[in-house]
Design a protein around this ligand. Structure first.
Ligand SMILES: Cc1cc2nc3c(=O)[nH]c(=O)nc-3n(C[C@H](O)[C@H](O)[C@H](O)COP(=O)(O)O)c2cc1C
Length: 318
């Protein structure tokens, strides 16, 4: 049981399901597990860390995977892209900012260029940069995203604007109903983050995984306070969706105060982050309501395809 789309044909994969390049969760083991299950995995490079890239590309063994970068971070550390290209990734994903400065290097190296965008203007910019695949990411997504467009509205707009470039939907897709909806909206597949972050092979701690299982989507919100306290230089138009906790409740709306007291707050934050979800960040998308267990990546891929097939019926092509 599968869906053949222009994405599966381009990547030579069985199922139109991509693992998001999540800095804190998508290591080589998870990326390889998603590819081995018939989808395709992207390793997250964090803030363009060459060390992370080398380590996690090697951890994937000989399995075909890709690697994802945050464009504004890559601008400060462009050598991380060279590090990635040394491993001949099948695809490189560029997200959060103008991909143009890096696009030709990716393509000249023979990797497919995936660009994750948050608005229609960014989609057109990615198309002009030569993207082979454009990922339309709504503000429903876990982790960072734009603050304007939702997945359901953005995907068909981008499909129309960049045709014939294949489009992938990202943001709140956590089961087969999401995959089915994305295909109906004209996408060629889905990029899933939150669902895979709570999987057996994810790099997340057990506390984070159990936190995702317990979390409610109503309690997620887009916020900048976790970036401010960690000193992560995210542009203000890319907030991050996380589960509300005592720390965010204390500082939301008082971002300037937090920035002014960052040193003291950072020390407190670092001391508690690892095991204490009342302070530490739990990035999660609106799909977190659907995360009720911690299965293997393979189970997630196969179950998502089976659910989508059930939702669409046997008459859907592919
Ligand atoms: C924990 C977490 C970390 C993320 N880190 C990154 C990252 O480093 N780079 C990136 O391009 N996107 C990152 N994202 C966003 C994903 O690429 C993707 O758009 C998102 O997970 C899709 O929404 P979903 O989480 O609802 O499936 C992250 C998402 C999560 C949940």
């Amino acid at each position: 049981m599968t869906f053949t789309t222009r994405l599966t044909e381009l990547l030579g994969i069985e199922h139109p399901i991509l693992l998001a390049p999540m800095g804190s969760a998508s290591g080589g083991a998870l990326a390889a597990a998603v590819t081995s299950a018939g989808g395709f995995g992207f390793v997250g490079s964090g803030y363009a860390s060459s060390e992370t890239v080398h380590r996690e590309m090697l951890a994937a063994g000989n399995v075909r995977i890709g690697v994802g970068f945050i464009n504004w971070a890559l601008q400060d550390r462009p050598e991380a892209l060279d590090a990635a290209l040394e491993h001949d990734p099948a695809a490189v994903m560029l997200s959060f900012g103008d991909p143009t400065p890096f696009a030709s290097r990716v393509k000249q190296a023979g990797s497919l260029l995936f660009c994750q965008v948050q608005t229609l203007d960014m989609a057109k910019q990615a198309a002009d940069a030569g993207a082979d695949v454009i990922i339309a990411q709504g503000r429903d997504a876990g982790g960072h995203s734009g603050h304007v467009r939702g997945t359901f509205g953005l995907v068909p707009s981008v499909v129309d604007a960049v045709a014939p470039i294949p489009v992938v939907a990202a943001g709140a897709v956590a089961d087969g109903r999401g995959l089915a909806a994305a295909l109906v909206l004209g996408a060629e597949g889905v990029l899933m983050g939150t669902r895979f972050a709570a999987s057996k092979e994810s790099q997340w701690s057990e506390v984070l995984k159990q936190g995702a299982v317990a979390a409610a989507s109503d309690d997620t919100e887009q916020t900048r306070v976790f970036d401010i306290v960690r000193g992560a230089a995210w542009p203000t138009h890319f907030p991050g969706r996380a589960v509300r906790n005592a720390f965010s409740a204390r500082w939301n709306g008082r971002e300037e105060d937090l920035a002014n007291q960052r040193d003291a707050e950072n020390a407190r934050y670092d001391a508690t982050e690892a095991g204490d979800l009342s302070t530490g960040v739990l990035w999660a998308g609106e799909g977190v309501d659907l995360v009720k267990d911690i299965p293997s990546a393979r189970d997630i891929v196969l179950r998502t395809v089976a659910e989508a097939r059930k939702a669409l019926g046997a008459s859907w092509p592919g």
